[in-house]
Write a protein that binds this ligand. Structure first.
Ligand SMILES: Cc1cc2nc3c(=O)[nH]c(=O)nc-3n(C[C@H](O)[C@H](O)[C@H](O)COP(=O)(O)OP(=O)(O)OC[C@H]3O[C@@H](n4cnc5c(N)ncnc54)[C@H](O)[C@@H]3O)c2cc1C
Length: 409
């Protein structure tokens, strides 16, 4: 088998999942991750449709279930906290709703994937690629700290602002589509008990402020909960490294709002895991160039609000590794097959993310909020197959091929 030595940039979801399958097929993956160690905290992700089969085949479903949030659904509240419209998780099947049955912190999933692979895969934490020289026989990679090294293949699984994509395919502006809003998430101390429901409070545009939603997720540890803030806005001039400036933007947009918002905002200044970014999609005609290929958000981020990115990453990892094994390590053939098998799933996911827009979270008027809530209340009177059709259909796009371990492994 050719091209056994493979470097993967990124130990999020896609990178370790790919490393798992590559090792199983007899390749030697190395994973380089910028963060100094597996992280903790952070946002929730969903495992839907075909991705459920992928984690089942990896034998990690029990561990994932043990770490799921067990969220019962999502409810919209008014300024007094009254739940005015709600969608139970079970109303949409295991994969169709805004909160999937397998919903887990991204860092918990990354941790499970790391634990499952670290005995067989070399991980380089606190390290990043600084330069890539592409040759006919391999890829010569320079690192921030370690000595340069040759690898047969290079996989960029380093997220929406992928370093590998910038180094090999060109600047971000070429590939990022801005979906017109900001998302902020952080962990806050709260005593609020909402019996497993994700609560959302929406305020329409007005008084020079944009349409916006504040959210509290079910508590995973007593006394703290993940809080979310979503706001429609043009890109604002700010330094991406200046966290305090980003906190002030969120604070200013939600200041004086009702419900639990003041207490949630008070927690912003001490948040251990503050996150703030644009909603972005990554759009590329091709995900491969010579010996390099992109996987997960790096190649086809659908949007942080889409709820499908983790499933794309898991299914993409399964297919890419499987095709490399099936082609005996021939990257030209396997990259082409991977692109061909993933393209429809990616197109549908990105189209779904664009058409669902902000999911009614950033409305212009009170009327829009009333219509949204009315639609949600009507859902339980509609046939289940109609309700589930959107997300569930997207998540089931791919049928997994069975890949066999190469005979001479
Ligand atoms: C706020 C937010 C909310 C989201 N909500 C959901 C949701 O509800 N449901 C859902 O399914 N998905 C959600 N997503 C999307 C989901 O997190 C991603 O689709 C998924 O994590 C993709 O996995 P990935 O491995 O491709 O990328 P990531 O998980 O982003 O992992 C990339 C990794 O690469 C590392 N890295 C970055 N740069 C470098 C570098 N230069 N060198 C080395 N390593 C590097 C990063 O540290 C990270 O560990 C959300 C995303 C965000 C940001």
């Amino acid at each position: 088998m050719k091209n056994r030595n493979i470097l993967i940039s990124g130990a999020g979801i896609a990178g370790p999942a790919l490393a798992y399958w590559l090792h199983k097929y007899g390749f030697h993956p190395t994973v380089v991750e910028r963060a100094p160690r597996p992280r903790s905290g952070g946002h929730l992700v969903d495992i839907r449709g075909t991705a459920r089969e992928v984690v089942a085949q990896m034998g990690i479903v029990a561990r994932i279930r043990a770490a799921t949030t067990g969220a019962r659904g999502m409810a919209f509240v008014d300024g007094t906290g009254k739940r005015v419209a709600k969608m139970g998780t079970d109303a949409f099947g295991h994969s169709g709703g805004p909160v999937a049955e397998l919903s887990i912190r991204r860092t918990d999933l990354a941790r499970i994937l790391y634990d499952t692979t670290h005995a067989d895969v070399e991980y380089m934490f606190g390290e990043a690629i600084t330069a890539v020289e592409r040759g006919d026989d391999g890829v010569r990679v320079r690192f921030e700290h370690s000595e340069p090294k040759m690898f047969d293949l290079l996989i960029g699984a380093d997220g929406v602002r992928s370093n590998v994509r910038q180094l090999v395919f060109g600047p971000d502006e070429r590939y990022l589509r801005d979906l017109g809003s900001y998302v902020s998430l952080f962990t806050a101390a709260t005593e609020m008990d909402h019996d497993g429901w994700r609560l959302m409070y929406t305020v329409p545009a007005g008084d020079g402020r944009p349409g916006r939603t504040a959210a509290i997720y079910p508590q995973l540890e007593p006394g703290t909960a993940l809080t979310g803030f979503f706001l429609r806005s043009q890109p604002l001039p700010h330094d991406r490294a200046d966290i305090e400036a980003q906190k002030r933007i969120v604070y200013g947009a939600f200041e004086k709002d009702g419900w639990e918002v003041p207490a949630m905002l008070d927690a912003i200044w001490d948040a251990p895991d503050f996150y703030f970014d644009r909603t972005l999609q990554v759009e590329m005609d091709t995900w491969s160039r010579d010996r390099t290929v992109l996987l997960g958000d790096a190649g086809y981020c659908a949007s942080p609000m889409s709820g499908i990115g983790t499933s794309l990453a898991l299914v993409g990892a399964y297919i890419l590794a499987g095709e490399l094994a099936a082609a005996d390590g021939d990257h030209t053939r396997s990259y082409a097959a991977y692109e061909q098998k993933m393209r429809l799933f990616v197109d549908r996911a990105q189209e779904f993310a664009r058409s669902a827009g902000d999911g009614g979270l950033m409305p212009d008027s009170h009327l829009q909020i009333r219509l949204r809530n009315q639609t949600i209340r009507m859902l339980r009177f509609l046939p289940k197959r109609l309700v589930r059709r959107g997300m569930e259909k997207v998540a089931d796009t791919v049928e997994l091929d069975e890949y066999r371990t190469p005979a001479h492994h």
